[in-house]
Design a protein around this ligand. Structure first.
Ligand SMILES: *[C@@H]1O[C@H](CO)[C@@H](O)[C@H](O)[C@H]1NC(C)=O
Ligand SMILES: *[C@@H]1O[C@H](CO)[C@@H](O)[C@H](O)[C@H]1NC(C)=O
Length: 193
């Protein structure tokens, strides 16, 4: 009787957890990468600095990001940038960057009580080149960013904001114990949203 009670309790707890936020299985690495990227409203972007005091050194900064309106992720990390911004100066000199995104920026890790540095608090690191979004892709980039960042349309109109994205060349995923894993851009983009 006791055992049955425990079983029912366990089932209840598991159901409650699954019902809260469910993430892809940790061995579905490409799917996990797409999940973390889509769930992220912001990321850290590391550039090679052009500032005199740290020239040539890594410089990490915070940026709003979106890979599509909620439920319509494409995997393409879109950004809204201004040439006035300090990291954008770096990008103008060298567009090679790395973006880090983590479920620590969502409710998931907090609810599960996973520390942001725990391998269970899933994260993705992307590297590649920042490209300005071309005219055919601007409408989508705008919808992707403005739907998730409603303050953006009101940002100072004289700052020369433009839509950009990361052309991803390498992807690392840490979503479980046993070390970081890699996914190719082909595997990543093959995942159905
Ligand atoms: C714009 O970029 C998209 C995605 O990279 C590409 O498919 C499309 O051909 C490009 N269009 C133009 C006009 O360059
Ligand atoms: C994006 O990166 C891929 C792989 O490095 C490269 O082949 C491609 O030319 C890049 N696209 C653009 C528009 O720079």
């Amino acid at each position: 009787m006791m055992a049955v009670g425990m079983f029912v309790l366990l089932l209840f707890v598991l159901t409650a957890f699954r019902g809260s936020i469910s993430i892809p299985p940790h061995d579905e690495v490409a799917q996990m990468a797409r999940y973390v990227v889509h769930a992220s409203d912001w990321c850290s972007m590391a550039t090679i600095s052009t500032q005199a005091v740290v020239r040539g050194l890594p410089f990490s900064n915070v940026f709003s990001v979106s890979d599509g309106p909620l439920g319509k992720g494409t995997g393409e990390p879109y950004l809204y940038l201004t040439p006035l911004e300090i990291s954008v100066h770096d990008i103008q000199a060298n567009p090679e960057v790395s973006l880090a995104m983590s479920l620590a920026t969502t409710d998931y890790c907090r609810k599960q009580k996973f520390d942001p540095q725990s391998p269970l608090c899933c994260r993705v690191i992307l590297s590649g080149r920042i490209l300005e979004v071309n005219s055919t892709e601007i409408d989508f980039a705008k919808k992707a960013l403005f739907s998730r960042h409603p303050a953006m349309p009101d940002w100072p109109h004289d700052h020369g904001w433009y839509f950009a994205k990361l052309n991803i060349t390498n992807i690392w995923v840490l979503d479980y114990f046993g070390g970081i894993k890699t996914v190719t851009p082909e595997e990543y983009y093959r995942v159905k949203a």
